[in-house]
Design a protein around this ligand. Sequence first.
Ligand SMILES: NC(=O)C1=CN([C@@H]2O[C@H](COP(=O)(O)OP(=O)(O)OC[C@H]3O[C@@H](n4cnc5c(N)ncnc54)[C@H](O)[C@@H]3O)[C@@H](O)[C@H]2O)C=CC1
Ligand SMILES: O=C(O)C(=O)[C@H](O)COP(=O)(O)O
Length: 354
Amino acid sequence: MWNIVADENMPLVKELFAEFGGTPAQIKKLSGRCITAKNLYKTDILLVRSVTQVNQELLKGSPVRFVGTATIGTDHIDLDYLSQQGIEFSSAPGSNAQGVAEYVLTSIAYWAEKRHVDLNTIKVGIIGAGNVGSRVAKVLDTLGIDYLLNDPPLEAAGDARSFVSLKEINQCDVISCHVPYIASGQYATYHLIDDAFLEAMPDQSLLINSSRGAVLDNNAAFGIKYAGKSIDYILDVWEDEPKVNIKLMDQALIATPHIAGYSQEGKIRGTYQLYQALNQWQGFENSISLDELLPQAPKWHWDGTIKGLYQSIKPYYDIEADDHRMRQVGANIEQKFDFLRKTYPQRLEFLDTL
Ligand SMILES: NC(=O)C1=CN([C@@H]2O[C@H](COP(=O)(O)OP(=O)(O)OC[C@H]3O[C@@H](n4cnc5c(N)ncnc54)[C@H](O)[C@@H]3O)[C@@H](O)[C@H]2O)C=CC1
Ligand SMILES: O=C(O)C(=O)[C@H](O)COP(=O)(O)O
């Protein structure tokens, strides 16, 4: 019998893994932040989301042979350690990219309405043109909103798209970050958006961070605005989650608790991609199809006008409600951060028709 430990916030674990490869599996669901070495002494398969640090301390001495994270980001996983130990690994690339792209589009539309900006006249700077950044670009293409891409690793690898420097991105009206968290090295993203970058942003511009909290120097962001710089922030991710810089949260035009990718479909795809990876690892067939698991969501029909964009999106995704939930807990945000995420209301993807 397989022994599986899974994060309790992962949907459909029972449905997908209870009969893994025709053999019954013993599944234990735990809070992601509370999974410790003690929980893993007879575990073969560990399925996590982004809040579980998977490293030697967690896995040493355990029989775990497969680690899966139902997320795009992998900065919580010590990939070198897994590889040294011969532990099979899979993440869920692209699984919630659509959810993040919809969060970004909604953010831009909200900002434009609030600040009386004509979206026909702006330029969006996308930092990181991987799965999410490319999806954001596709949405902007469809709406006819101009954008520039920055992605030095892809540029160096010969990606055929046209890229600009970070300096050029810095001058865009909207800047949206879609890089992974990389602590050091040639392409480090730790505090990629620092004091100097923020200082050089044009007045009345918007910074969106839905990548990882530490890509933006949160103290610098607070300081610059406190000193009078007139820029807006829409922030989904925070340095040192579940801690949140409350003063920065107060400044943000929209503040959300790391839910940009939390569409229902995104979460389902995340678990499903691990199901596929596990089956492939063991040479089993996928007996369940993704289509039978995905909800049928009503889709947004864009009438072709940029004016009033936010009001036409709002019935499908009400980002102000997400902001309100976060601000309501106020100073208790650190204690409530995980709760807000665990109890996040069902959000369905609305952009299929684009
Ligand atoms: N807030 C949320 O709910 C979510 C956040 N994320 C975050 O978004 C990140 C991006 O996701 P994906 O697009 O799927 O990842 P990806 O790996 O497909 O793309 C990331 C891109 O960033 C580029 N990059 C790396 N270092 C860079 C640098 N220094 N400057 C500019 N570009 C750089 C890479 O070349 C790559 O093309 C994830 O790693 C994760 O941290 C992902 C999903 C949900
Ligand atoms: O996929 C990623 O990368 C993310 O940031 C996830 O959306 C985060 O969700 P949790 O894993 O923290 O539930």
